[in-house]
Design a protein around this ligand. Structure first.
Ligand code: PRP
Ligand code: ADE
Length: 179
């Protein structure tokens, strides 16, 4: 991983104390998205990890909504398709659903039942891992579809919340970590 690329990413993430609830330090990626060089560095780092670790990938699955900012670009870079994992009530047709709790609330995620075939190799992506509740729910959804989960990938990991523990046995890769 290039220290220069990582520096570009790190300096474009800012913290907002007590948002959206008291005690939460919100890590805002808006400056990163506004800076094409830093945004590209983030995608480059995600792409390098996936290409280094996974010889064959069938789909990138992105988590609603900030996973949609990174997932489709990464999927295009890899030449694979993108799958939507959405909050409840947004997807038509037959769906699977899983409830979960996150750092500041409770919600339900869904995926279309025909999104992937049993045995297909999937990488899950989101902007940030906090408690791991959201990513864990996405893993459960993919497991219901009998997909093979290769990796859970995020740009930012809030280490002190120990979300990686919640994901086990599925692996986690994060570009940036905060203690
Ligand atoms: C944020 C973030 C992750 C999740 C992480 O999404 O984008 O999906 O929280 O928290 P957790 O690890 O504690 O589950 P949020 O639900 O706020 O939705 P958004 O992406 O639509 O803003
Ligand atoms: N999602 C959950 N916790 C978060 C945080 N601290 N900053 C940004 N997004 C989050």
């Amino acid at each position: 991983m290039s220290a220069e690329q990582l520096g570009l990413v790190r300096e474009r993430i800012r913290g907002f104390p007590d948002f959206p609830a008291p005690g939460v330090l919100f890590r805002d990626i808006s400056p990163l998205l506004k800076d094409p060089e830093a945004f590209k560095a983030a995608i480059d780092l995600l792409e390098a990890h996936v290409k280094d670790k996974h010889a064959q990938v069938d789909f990138i699955a992105g988590l609603d909504s900030r996973g949609f900012l990174f997932g489709p670009i990464l999927a295009q870079r890899l030449g694979v398709g993108f799958v939507l994992i959405r909050k409840k009530g947004k997807l038509p047709g037959r769906t699977e659903s899983v409830s979960y709790t996150l750092e500041y609330g409770k919600a339900e995620l869904e995926v279309q039942s025909d999104a992937v075939e049993p045995g297909q190799k999937v990488i899950l992506i989101d902007d940030l891992l906090a408690t791991g509740g959201t990513m864990r729910a996405a893993c459960e959804l993919m497991s219901k579809l009998e997909a093979e989960i290769l990796d859970c990938v995020v740009l930012i990991e809030l280490k002190f919340l120990k979300g990686a523990e919640v994901l086990k046995p599925f692996p986690l890769y994060s570009v940036l970590q905060y203690d």
